[in-house]
Design a protein around this ligand. Structure first.
Ligand code: OAD
Length: 229
């Protein structure tokens, strides 16, 4: 039976594709306070602002491409049973060709009813006020905002608990519950953290190796090492 690899990715894996990470630029996200554009309160206050914000993100996503880090992860599937758990709302893992992807924080190329969460639609163009679901309520981005529950966290925890190898790439590990997944990996599993700014968080995590490198450098090297093993 193939060993199980679970990969938790964050904004850092898409940075070299040209998508800005969240933290760093003075706490602002493309010039906005996160609570204005990524919370139910922000949505209640100003739907136009929120829709425009995600329209820009969606349009930009359609102009960028997966990088060698997204691509290298696909190679692992030849020898391992691989699940990618991503906090990213982009579709770069899909476009690179990964087979099992769980989106913890939603997807930019989907929208959903603001009345009924189960009504989800593929969406590539701009979303505007007046765009409605089949039950007549305003459509909103299919994104998990701050203060909302994370519906995929339970399957993500179950999968993490079965990992033989757990790889974390490009996340500041500050947003919970996603950041806690590393602690669901069994103590005996081998763990790797690839991030150029990784801190020392990690003394408390057994079997963790920190690789301080950008994703496009660190991921292909780690994949090669795991494929040669
Ligand atoms: P952050 O912006 O918090 O962290 C990005 C991480 O990527 C940092 O640790 C950087 O050091 C690292 N990084 C930067 N460039 C890199 C590169 N070239 N290669 C590898 N790593 C690099 O992003 P997340 O941890 O993903 O939620 O943020 C978590 C969540 O907060 C997001 O999913 C988003 C946000 O609010 C929602 O949208 C719901």
């Amino acid at each position: 039976m193939k060993q199980k690899i679970v990969i938790l990715t964050g904004a850092g894996i898409s940075a070299e594709s040209g998508i800005q990470t969240f933290r760093g630029a003075g706490g602002l996200w493309e010039g906005h306070r996160i609570e204005d554009v990524a919370s139910p309160d922000g949505w209640r206050r100003d739907k136009e602002l929120v829709l425009n914000f995600y329209n820009l993100r969606r349009a930009q996503l359609l102009t960028v491409k997966p990088n060698t880090a997204h691509e290298a992860l696909v190679d692992l599937e030849k020898n391992y049973d691989v699940t990618v758990i991503t906090q990213n709302v982009d579709d770069l893992h899909e476009r690179a060709g990964s087979s099992n992807i769980l989106h913890l924080h939603g997807e930019l190329l989907k929208v959903r009813s603001s009345l009924d969460e189960s009504l989800v639609y593929e969406w590539r163009k701009d979303l505007v006020t007046g765009d409605k679901c089949e039950r007549g309520s305003q459509l909103r981005p299919h994104i998990v905002w701050f203060g909302e529950t994370v519906p995929m966290i339970e399957p993500a925890q179950r999968i993490s608990a079965e990992a033989d190898i757990f790889i974390v790439i490009g996340t500041s590990l500050v947003v919970y519950p996603a950041a806690g997944l590393l602690h669901f990996a069994p103590d005996h599993s081998r763990k790797f953290l690839i991030d150029p700014h990784a801190d020392e968080l990690s003394a408390s995590v057994p079997n963790l190796r920190i690789i301080r490198a950008s994703a496009t450098k660190g991921v292909p090297e780690l994949v090669k090492m795991l494929m040669d093993a």
